[in-house]
Ligand binder design. Structure first.
Ligand code: NAP
Length: 495
């Protein structure tokens, strides 16, 4: 069923839009929502309408839980090898369709095509990784210290999972949850972000083709995520909530999940420090910062949000990094030479504007950028700020855009203290040629992930997640990600 995609949009044919189905995906079928409402999807580069999807109600949420419940027994009894082969097929289809998927992500999210291609490769990798992990789930066996009995630990699928994802990685944030959940033997209901639903539905049709049985993955979009999610969490058959998004919404959902004591995994906001010591390889640090800051035009939870440069190299670093930032090409995500696409919404641009204006009012200077351009599209230019007051809001808030604030520091102890002066603890970056110092600082910085002389941390084979108010639990990694979707059952026996 094709619902209201906009064939007059110039990019419609270019990206083979007509091949995607936009309905709620429940129980292996495409259907309209119980209500009449629709959610419009906007191209952030042009502000043009590019499609519309159904607006699910609480009744649709109940239908999705019913469908997931109907598929639960069969899927958990499906042999791991078979589950693994289906996941592997999802990986292969994603790779085959990677160019179409990347174009769709770029169109609805606005990110540069090169970033969208990177996202599809990363997103597909979760299916490959969990195809491999599905057949390696093992339990434990031991003798009780008293010698009186044996201890057998069996790992079982946790049950129906509700997955809620953000718009900034519309494919990867979904597959990072769906792949381990399915590998573990769980059925799921995905609620993608309202700004980027098309990718989620395109992937749903791909799962269907790969042989994921009806009801194992269900996808619904809604403009009322609070009541719709609450209705699903209120059903006692739902046993897991895995959320990626802002810390504020995470707190609300934790409170909602508490009512039925539902297991929660939370991938929340960040405020990553990026630390450059005097002895760092400056070429590498600049390249690393361009990745850590500008991947997805800064719309990443792992984005460098505070850049601390030691005083001996501060001036040269600021000058050279500014040259690179000022040269980046800003434009529509789908254009091949774009390096910095638009922000997701007008509201996102306004937030960046507010943070930059606040910093400048407190003494900061913009070495490049610093002002949103007039005209269509939600653009904000690559920006470098210096002389920022510690009282500026951007020291504590996620900028979520292409703005790089540079702060000067003198000593190792000082930079560790300021790096940790935040409620967040997702990612941190350290550049130094002294590996002893790098490891020492890495162990002191309060973050779930540290990139030492690298600008990128994400890897499906490594545990992704944060400490403090950046989250609970881990995604990906050996055992970590799949463990979030399993429960240990202990059996005491003697023979
Ligand atoms: P958001 O506003 O928290 O939204 C995330 C998801 O939650 C969307 O699907 C949204 O639906 C839904 N939602 C909103 N209010 C809800 C409610 N009351 N009940 C249930 N669901 C609700 O976050 P965002 O702006 O999309 O994403 C940016 C944030 O995500 C940043 O803070 C970023 O750091 C974080 N993030 C974290 C990670 C990580 O791995 N730690 C990864 C990526 C992003 P609607 O779209 O319909 O509002």
């Amino acid at each position: 069923m094709n619902v209201n995609h906009n064939p007059s949009h110039p990019d419609h044919d270019r990206f083979g839009f007509g091949s995607f189905s936009y309905g709620l995906y429940i129980g292996g079928a495409w259907r309209q929502a119980a209500g009449e409402g629709q959610i419009q999807v906007i191209d952030p580069s042009t502000e043009a309408l590019i499609g519309a999807v159904p607006d699910a109600t609480v009744a649709d949420a109940a239908a999705a839980v019913e469908a997931a419940a109907g598929a639960t027994e069969c899927w958990r009894e499906t042999p791991p090898r078979k589950r693994s082969e289906i996941l592997r097929r999802c990986f292969e289809l994603m790779v085959e369709r990677s160019e179409t998927l990347a174009s769709l992500i770029s169109l609805e999210n606005g990110k540069a095509l090169r970033d969208a291609r990177g996202e599809v490769a990363y997103a597909a990798e979760f299916f490959r990784w969990y195809a491999e992990e599905a057949v390696r789930i093992s339990g434990e066996f031991g003798v009780a210290p008293s010698g009186a009995n044996r201890i057998v630990v069996d790992y079982q699928p946790i049950g129906i999972c509700v997955l809620v994802t953000p718009w900034n990685f519309p494919a990867a944030m979904a597959t990072r949850k769906i792949a381990p959940a399915l590998a573990a033997g769980c059925t799921v209901i995905l609620k993608p972000a309202s700004e980027t639903p098309l990718t989620a539905y395109a992937l749903a049709s791909l799962y269907q083709e790969a042989g994921v049985p009806p009801g194992v993955v269900n996808v619904l979009t809604t403009s009322t995520p609070g009541p719709v999610t609450a209705a699903m969490l209120a059903d006692p058959r739902v046993r897991k909530l895995s959320f990626t998004g802002s810390t504020g919404v995470g707190r609300t959902l934790l409170a909602e999940a508490a009512k039925n004591v539902i297991s929660c995994s939370m991938e929340l906001g960040g405020n990553a420090p990026f630390v450059v010591f005097d002895d760092a390889d400056l070429d590498a640090a600049i390249e690393g910062l361009l990745v850590a800051k500008m991947r997805n035009a800064g719309e990443a939870c792992t984005a460098a949000n505070r850049i601390y440069v030691q005083s001996g190299v501060y001036d040269v670093f600021a000058e050279r990094f500014t040259q690179r930032m000022a040269a980046l090409r800003m434009g529509p995500g789908v254009d091949l030479d774009t390096e910095c696409g638009p922000m997701i919404t007008r509201k996102a641009v306004e937030k960046i504007d507010r943070l930059v204006a606040d910093a400048i009012s407190k003494g900061a200077r913009a070495l490049c950028g610093g002002q949103a351009p007039a005209g269509r599209g939600f653009f904000y230019p690559p920006t470098v700020l210096v002389d920022i007051s510690p009282a500026s809001d951007m020291r504590h808030e996620e900028i979520f855009g292409p703005v790089a604030p540079l702060y000067r520091f003198e000593s190792e102890a000082e930079v560790v203290a300021v790096a940790n002066d935040t409620e967040y603890g997702l990612a941190a970056y350290i550049y130094t040629r002294d590996i002893g110092r790098g490891m020492r600082v890495a162990s002191k910085v309060e973050a779930g992930m540290i990139a030492l002389n690298r600008g990128l941390v994400s890897d499906p084979a490594a545990p992704f997640g944060g400490v403090k108010q950046s989250g609970l639990g881990r995604e990906g990694g050996q055992r970590h990600g799949i463990a979030e979707f399993m429960e240990a059952k202990y059996i005491a026996t003697s023979f």
